[in-house]
Design a protein around this ligand. Sequence first.
Ligand SMILES: N[C@@H](CCC(=O)N[C@@H](CS)C(=O)NCC(=O)O)C(=O)O
Length: 209
Amino acid sequence: MKLYYIPASCSLSPHIVLNELGLKATLIKVDHKKHLTESGDDYFKVNSFGYVPALELDDGTLLREGPAIVQYLGDLKPELGLVPTHGTLGRYRLQEWLSFLTSEVHKGYIPLLYPTLAGQYLDTAKPKLEKRFAWINEQLATRPYLMGDSFTVADAYLFALTGWGQAAWLTSYYKTDIHFDHLHNLRAWYDRVKVRPAVQKALREEGLV
Ligand SMILES: N[C@@H](CCC(=O)N[C@@H](CS)C(=O)NCC(=O)O)C(=O)O
């Protein structure tokens, strides 16, 4: 398998999941401005949309979209419990989380990532995003991970997204000054996830620590 990634982006989520599962994949870094891989290949020829993550299977099949990729990976080793079993309510809960994270949180960041959109739109987008994080904080009041007692692929996705509010280089370049220090459950969750060996390994492999 090959995972196409941009350091510190949403592709950190499947990268963490690969490490949690102990699966080997070739990591291919993509330059987010030039859309070239490290070896100079045109990334648009891999994914015509130009975005990561993209997972290339051993038979050459390409799987796109973070929520689909992490479920595919989790299902390769169901015994590790990173995804609930198909057909159970737990699986729909997972999809509920992944849909919420992708549409309400991930894409909620977009206006903040483009400084040229600063102004009224930003003033609307930022409180919305903060409200969603506050809600996540409430959910974490009674459980250590998003789905309950154990880490799932939803935690990997949220970790990638919350990192955008933490990294100084991002907050100074973009307008991602979303802070969690007052959201104690989310803060504790972030610290809990960050020390997981698989997460540390992914951060090292992406050059982030
Ligand atoms: N719908 C896609 C969106 C992925 C996405 O927004 N990727 C960003 C990084 S977080 C990206 O690659 N941006 C570079 C670009 O669009 O050229 C998914 O959920 O996987």
